[in-house]
Design a protein. Structure first.
Ligand SMILES: [Mg+2]
Length: 214
């Protein structure tokens, strides 16, 4: 199979699972919900869990069910200190440079956050584009419509020959069902459907699909 393009999730895919930056963002999301929606602190976690299960992201649930301003919510919650938590990876930079096809970020976060993370990782210039939640909204991963929208945006007519990397099993499974070569990154949970699994994003050049293309 000829590979046409690669799509990368951002958070906990391009840097390791469990990074402190994710808990910092989560804490700020909780604080926003507590203040804006007057939800008691001890109920915020289960409130978010319900939205996540129903909509795939907290943000979509907040907008659809509670009329929250998406820009306000995302700017507030992603305003955290990246400097201390995200470490540049020369190995990842070299791996991306060896992949001579269009490379895109596909994130349910927003572009400003993605740009800051990619800059901190020192790989911002390795990508041909960033597609964020505002590009796909009201759909977000793992909705099939979100994937179809980004294929359209990048001028691709189908997912055939497209590789997709994500740490989230739901996102990997949907991408696989749509015809992407779907790779789970990290050991979050076992996936039911997918094409490959790697422990670290730096390991992707060792996947068969890339070896066959060289
Ligand atoms: Mg992720």
């Amino acid at each position: 199979m000829k590979i046409k393009a690669a799509f990368f999730d951002l958070d906990e895919t391009l840097y390791p699972l469990g990074n402190h930056v994710v808990s910092l963002v989560g804490e700020k999301m909780n604080r926003y919900i507590e203040t804006a929606l007057s939800i008691p602190r001890e109920e915020v976690s289960s409130f978010r869990e319900q939205l996540y299960r129903k909509y795939g992201t907290t943000a979509k649930g907040l907008v659809v069910e509670h009329g929250v301003n998406l820009t306000d919510f995302l700017h507030y919650s992603h305003d955290v200190d990246y400097q201390q938590n995200i470490v540049p990876s020369l190995e990842l930079r070299q791996a991306l440079a060896s992949l001579r096809i269009p490379k895109y970020i596909l994130t349910n976060a927003e572009r400003f956050h993605a740009t800051r993370i990619l800059k901190q990782l020192q790989i911002l210039d390795c990508f041909d584009g960033i597609m964020d939640v505002f590009d796909t909204f009201p759909e977000t991963k793992p909705s099939p419509e979100a994937f179809e929208r980004v294929l359209w945006m990048t001028g691709l007519t189908s997912a055939e020959g497209c590789v997709f990397f994500d740490d989230s099993p739901m996102n990997v499974e949907t991408a696989h069902d749509l015809g992407f070569y779907a790779v789970q990154v990290g050991k979050r949970e076992t996936i039911n459907r997918g094409d490959a699994q790697i422990d670290r994003i730096e390991d992707f050049p060792s996947l068969d699909i890339f070896a066959r293309n060289h």
